[in-house]
Each structure stands twice: as C-alpha cells, then as structure tokens.
Design a protein around this ligand. Structure first.
Ligand code: AMP
Length: 354
C-alpha cells in the first residue's frame, strides 16, 4: 500500500492506494493548528491539533485503527506544491531533496513548509518507510525558455521571477489517463476554484496560463487572473502589500464580479451580475486558450477537469463556442485525481529501484 499525503496550508489530506493504484481509503484533518475534524472513511471526530506533525500523528492512529499500520505500507508519497527550477521530476525523499525543498520555500512560503513538516514528522515515527515527493510545478519544466521567461532584467530572472505553472499533477494524471489514446495537440483545462489551462503536445507541457504564482491567467473563483503589473503597483500603494495580496487572491475573480466564488451558485442565479461573472470566466478561458493553441501549433482535442470542468456542461459549451474558429474538435471530460498521480509517481520510482 502507498500512503499519499497532501499537507495543505491548514489541512492534511491522505489517501491509501494498493499497488494496482486502486484507492482503498481516504481521509483528512481540517483546521490544522486549531479545532478541526478528522475524517477517515466513515469515521468523523473532533480533534484539536497544534501543527501538521500532530495532525499526522492522529491520522496514523486512525489508519492503524482501520488496520492500516505503518509496517503494512510500501511507501509514503507527498504532494509538494512548488519544486522551483531544481525539482523537475518526482523524487525519493533524501536529505538532498529535503534541502532542495527548503531552498524553494521563498517561492511557496505558505505551502512548502507544511509539506516538509509532514515528511519530517513521518520520518521520525517511521524512519524505515521510504518516502517520495511529487511536485505541482514539475510537469511544466518542459516549457521552452521563451514561454517561461518574463521580459525583465536578468537579475530578477536569476532571483526566481519567471513562470513556473501549477496544477501539474492534474495535467500529468490527465496524460496518464489517456494512455495510448493521447491526442497529439491537447488543450487541457483544469477548472476548479483555481483555474488554469495547459497546451500539451505529445504528452509534454508546452505552455500554461499560471505563471510565477497561481494568481495569473484565467479568471478564477477568488483570484483575479491576469492583471497589469502597473495596476497592482497602484493598488498596493493605496492599500499596502498585505491587503493587495488578500484582494487579488481571495476577493477577486468570480467573487468580485458575481458576489460568489461558487460556479454552481452563479449558474443557478438568473441576474445579469451572475451572468457577467460566468461570461468573464468563459471568455478569458477561451482567450488564453487561443494563446496556448498558437504556442502548441495546432489543436486535436480539448479536455476538461476540475470541479467546474467536470460538472458544468454550460461552461464547457460556452468555452467551446468561443473556440469554434479552431474547428470542431473532440471534447473529453477527465476526473481530476492528483492523489492517484502522486501514488503512480511513487510506484514508478519504486519499480525503477529508487
Ligand atoms: P474544485 O476546486 O475543483 O473543487 O471546484 C470547485 C468549483 O466547482 C466550484 O466553483 C463549484 O461550484 C464548481 N462545481 C462543482 N460542481 C458543480 C456543478 N454541478 N455545476 C457547476 N459548478 C460546479
């Protein structure tokens, strides 16, 4: 069995897979750092945790009670949000990899430290259990330099200001899901509360809409998507850095335009404000798609994943209507499963002897 761990900013999610990559059990601890809830299969209980290490400890106890003890695990596999420019493929967790994840903390200050905390805590309680890591940015390491480079001075580029791209585990899962039936020029949309797209040419990411951070690109649930840097400077001069950050990441996007970040709610509403928010989402998804299709040099198929991509036919139809000028191409819907991709990555490394 492989235990997949996703230590988010205030949650810990786990999923157990067998070695055929069938999901056996999943669970979570919410509100890590305060009063939260532990869920595992049918079990739900209130828990108070100080940090991710304590959340992990409680989760390991719950797993053991469900007869999944640490000694029965083949490996643990972690989701790490940011791999920077150095961690560009899945890796076994070694002291060098831990040092590399630490070095990338400035790029993902809210996420990478939690991922590390889970690794180190597990190492304490199960020193012999092999651990692996998959990186949310790694799938886009194949983007050419012309796509990743901002046209800014070299010193800033060298300091890490470049496009990285995100949702890479979701796109990697999509590629694995297609298997031999993978279209050569695939335009992939991951549309959830966070939203991005990716031009996938022969299984490799060529271009993606998110950049230095997950803020850029498409209109999202609460993030603005693309906005002129000069506008950000002016907002920041007026509101200060912290408030600007909060505004652009948490109070923009559909929430700012339609008063709600939930697409289902917006689609159920009939007022013009909600309709405009939905149209803004679809129009900008399609505009960014045009850019990605040019980067890829063609379009054979479109695939949608994520909460909106999987469950909202009107959104898929509206985006495809905007893309009608590219011809009539097959449209696929793929269920997002980043955890399975993380387990798949770990299994590949195990089979390769790492
Ligand atoms: P995710 O971040 O992938 O969990 O996706 C969350 C988004 O998916 C929210 O905006 C939800 O409103 C949206 N969503 C989920 N189910 C539906 C549905 N049946 N119709 C429209 N939007 C949906």
């Amino acid at each position: 069995m492989i235990l997949v761990l996703n230590a988010g900013s205030s949650s810990l999610k786990v999923e157990v897979f067998d070695l055929a990559l069938t999901s056996l059990l999943s669970g979570s601890v919410s509100s890590v750092g305060s009063d939260g809830t532990l869920k595992l299969g049918d079990l739900t209980k209130d828990v108070k945790t100080a940090d991710h290490a304590e959340a992990l400890s409680l989760m390991l106890d719950a797993l053991a009670a469900a007869n999944i003890t640490v000694d029965k695990l083949t490996a643990a596999a972690h989701r790490v949000v940011h791999g920077g420019t150095i961690l560009t493929e899945p890796a076994r967790v070694t002291p060098q990899v831990i040092a590399a994840i630490k070095s990338v903390i400035p790029l993902a200050p809210l996420h990478n430290p939690n991922n590390l905390a889970a690794m180190l805590a597990l190492q304490e309680v199960a020193p012999d259990l092999p651990q692996y890591a998959s990186f949310g940015t790694a799938f886009h390491a194949s983007n050419p330099e012309v796509a990743t480079r901002y046209a800014i001075p070299q010193t800033q580029h060298d300091a890490g200001i470049r496009r990285y791209g995100f949702h890479g585990l979701s796109y990697a899962h999509m590629v694995a899901h297609f298997g031999d039936a993978l279209p050569s020029h695939l335009l992939a949309f991951h549309l959830g509360n966070g939203a991005s797209l990716c031009a996938i040419h022969d299984g490799k990411s060529i271009a993606t809409s998110m950049g230095y951070s997950p803020l850029s690109g498409l209109t999202m649930g609460t993030r603005s998507g693309d906005i002129d840097g000069a506008a950000v400077l002016r907002i920041s001069a007026a509101l200060g850095e912290e408030e600007t950050d909060r505004m652009l990441n948490r109070n923009s996007g559909l929430k700012a335009l339609g008063g709600d970040n939930d697409m289902r709610t917006l689609l159920n509403r009939k007022d013009p404000e909600a309709a405009f928010a939905v149209e803004h989402f679809c129009y900008w998804a399609a505009r960014h798609a045009g850019s990605a299709i040019v980067a890829m040099g063609g379009l054979d198929a479109v695939a949608f994943t994520g909460g909106i991509g999987e469950n909202a036919p009107p959104i898929r139809e509206r985006i495809m209507a905007h893309l009608a000028c590219f011809g009539d191409v097959p449209v696929h819907v793929v269920a997002a499963d980043e955890e399975k991709q993380i387990a798949r990555d770990a299994l590949s490394l195990i089979n390769a002897g790492f």
